[in-house]
Design a protein around this ligand. Structure first.
Ligand code: UGA
Ligand code: MN
Length: 243
């Protein structure tokens, strides 16, 4: 089965470095189709050329966050992008698995073979999530998911991170009206509840959720500073201002 890997992304100085790292991870993954969805009014040429350069099978889309959410402090990040990718999958795919892979996380390539044969929904631990450093399903000695561990429960039925689950294309086609909600922090839970997943359906991966193959890393951003050369001139040698 093909893994449809959905990556929301938005313009910032760390964007190209983050996407470069993810592209070079995906070079090591067979049968993957990378759906890169920009939160932008136009497709960025730098991303188009990155996608072309690495030769990973891909689809390059754009979907902007609705204006009303852009002003809020807590934004539903990447939701418009992921929903546009769900539309693309529903019109273009018949089988396979969908994984929502944010551009800044760190992925061990062994993760992709864990999720590849997902029947409905598979789950596994994600490292470096919240202050407790881990978000994970709790699996009993029969291999059944019976509970969840997460530093932020917030009354969620599925307190999991976006990077901690994959869904079969078949289920996404069956539940043809299910999208991710524009509710910050509740995107995963809202989506999984609308897919009508029951805990008994969950396929625990990564050795019954005892191994970490993905980390919720975040690339540090710097506040812009003066860019002067050793002789006090303005530095204009590269495109650091445009990315
Ligand atoms: C955490 C979760 O890991 C996300 O999957 C979830 O969407 C987010 O919280 C949330 O609940 O809002 P976090 O590291 O805080 O993620 O968020 P980012 O990595 O900054 O954003 C998630 C994804 O959306 C990234 O791929 C990012 O490039 C994209 N994004 C972010 C946009 O497309 N537009 C934005 O304005 C911000
Ligand atoms: Mn992130």
């Amino acid at each position: 089965p093909v893994i449809y890997l959905v990556t929301p992304t938005y313009r910032r100085p760390e964007q190209i470095p983050d996407l470069t790292r993810l592209a070079q991870t995906l070079l090591n993954v067979p049968a993957v189709h990378w759906i890169v969805v920009e939160d932008n009014s136009a497709l960025s040429p730098a991303i188009a050329s990155l996608l072309k350069r690495y030769g990973i099978p891909h689809t390059h889309l754009k979907a902007q966050m609705p204006e009303k959410y852009k002003k809020s402090k807590l934004k539903p990040r990447g939701v418009a992008n992921r929903n546009a990718a769900l539309d693309w999958v529903r019109s273009n795919c018949k089988s396979g698995v969908v994984y929502f892979a944010d551009d800044d996380n760190t992925y061990d390539i062994r993760l992709f073979e864990e999720m590849r044969f997902t029947k409905k929904v598979s789950m596994w631990p994600v490292g470096l999530v919240t202050k407790v450093g881990l978000s994970s399903p709790v699996v009993n000695d029969k291999g059944v998911v019976v509970d969840f561990f997460d530093g932020w429960m917030a009354n969620r039925k599925f307190p999991v991170d976006m990077a901690g689950f994959a869904v079969s294309v078949q289920l996404i086609l069956e539940k043809s009206d299910v999208y991710m909600p524009y509710v910050p922090g509740h995107e995963e839970d809202g989506f999984l509840k609308k897919l009508d997943v029951s805990p008994a359906d969950i396929e625990p991966k990564a050795n019954w959720c005892t191994q970490i193959f993905v980390w919720h890393t975040q690339t540090k951003s710097n506040t812009p500073a003066n860019r002067t050369t050793a002789t006090g001139k303005r530095y204009k040698g590269t495109n650091i201002d445009t990315l």
